[in-house]
Design a binder for this molecule. Sequence first.
Ligand code: GLU
Length: 636
Amino acid sequence: MCCSIIGYSSRGDGDGDGAAPILVRGLRRMEYRGYDSVGVATASGERGPGQQADGDIMVRKGTGRVDDVNRSARLDAMPGSVGIGHTRWATHGNVTDANAHPHPSSSGEIAVVHNGIITNFEEIKSELVQDGYAFRSETDSEVISNLLQKNYERTKSVKESMASTVSRLQGEYAFVAMFSGGRLAAARLHKPLIVGVGKNDMFLSSDVLGFIEYTDEAVYVENGNMVIADRDTATFEITDFEGSPAKYSITKVSKEFGDAYKGDYAHFTLKEIFEQHETASRAGGTAVHEIAEAAKIIRDADSVCLTGSGSSYNAALVAKHFFASHAKKSTEAVMSSEMQFSSEGMGPGSVLVAISQSGESADVLSAVRTARKAGCRIISVVNMMTSSLARQSDVTIGMNCGPEIGVAATKSFTSQLVVLYRIISQVAGGRRPDGGSGDNGGGDNGGGGDNGGNGSSNSGITGAVPGLILRTLEDPTGVQKVAKELKDISDIYVLGRGVHYPIATEAALKIKELTYIHAEGIAGGELKHGPLALMDDSTYVIVINPADSTHEEMLTSAREIKARGARIIGISDARSDVYDHWIRIPEAGGEAENAKSPLYAISEIIPIQLLAYYTALERNADPDYPRNLAKSVTVK
Ligand code: GLU
């Protein structure tokens, strides 16, 4: 899935306490990316390569959480002003101490942390074993350290040994190598690598959160480039894989990354749920031109396909619904992992709208490659504007919701809905929200703005969203009471109709991720075609039931279920005696169905996010880091 690498090098003439505590702090901040093992290597820089078999490199590592491994192995007490660190997500070899990174080379003079997969490692490993290099782990990554050592013995140059090594490696990787004497080098192929540029020091990291406390100047290393650091001058050189200078620029990283603290909240997930009135109001707000451009491309396209994975796919399904109801545009929604099997209809007249929080999700990137091959144009909706997805798109619209640390998507989902809704409104042009007359032909600025067609872009639907979300968040005590009751159940179903059906699948996903309770989203009308057989007095069913055109039929479904003994949790702005628990949501203003339904869709997920969060607490599950899951799934 994912993991993090980090390297730190300082001139060592400052008053700092060395590399190790800085590396451990960086690893802790990147924990949200998911991992199973942790390790750090440092170099004191007192001896050069070749002078002693063990060089000057010290390695400590183990399985488990950063804080636990740090406590038992005293990672942050390691000496030296240069070091590398890693959190591993095992792909080759079990989760064991020996397989944890860093991996020293045979002689111990070079150590490597690696993110990704080396596909031709077996071939390289058997050659190196024949040449007498020893291997101590089952990982693919260890070939990097030994290959570097072999090449270093031949070339006596960090840069040349890096160039010869990367020319042999196949697969996807970002790695940082530390050579004895404390010299760092790194390379990137299809995995993120960022240089943090300090005054007297520098970082090499998977994520800006690895160094944001220390510097806000960053270089996003391009694919196929490597970095050679000079410790003495605290400078670095970026080259292509042959060693020729590569162009790069230093970016000021948004200070808002510095806000990736929990503050007074017990968990990031809770903080992120409670931020949604602000994040939704920012979503896509600075991307007026990009939204207009995206709308034009979509309007002119022969076919439109929306894609994403997990919550982003659910957002795609919601958008498909609104494209039809608001813009009278029929679109497809395809899970990114399925795109390779369903791209036949795509061609040069098609457009793919790719949705991803991180912009690094391997399935989404692969869907983009498939679509590109077919000649499609790419529009992306992403949170990380520096991500691979953003760089590969014709038009990128930022969700602008700040770093999302909780592994389960919350604020990014509602921001995606707002951004997509803004695009849809532009595609709809002057169409009135009730679908009646007033269609002015769908010009770029057809008076639609983001409000479904009533004039001002601030007073319409997206203008109303933040207030509605705030009211939804006002008093979570009802939700907490229900969470207590759900503590010991093993199954729950979530029902929705129309646009509320993809919200029901998103709700079920949140419950699975956070509570480990089996949850299923079901379209209300499908109940009698199968799932009704599951209903009995041990079953809990959440019905998403706002007072819109789906309301009455959903009440009928709820009654059918209740007649089988199941307990009903109603998410609604209207009371009903069929609900055993009523979780009240605020009324969406406005008369027209088309004006109300996006408001409901965006706000009704919030009490379920909260329900999943509080139920996780009741069940002693860690809501920020669900088991077996990673934030950005960067392998397929
Ligand atoms: N493939 C390497 C391993 O299994 C690195 C995995 C990772 O990205 O953490 O150790």
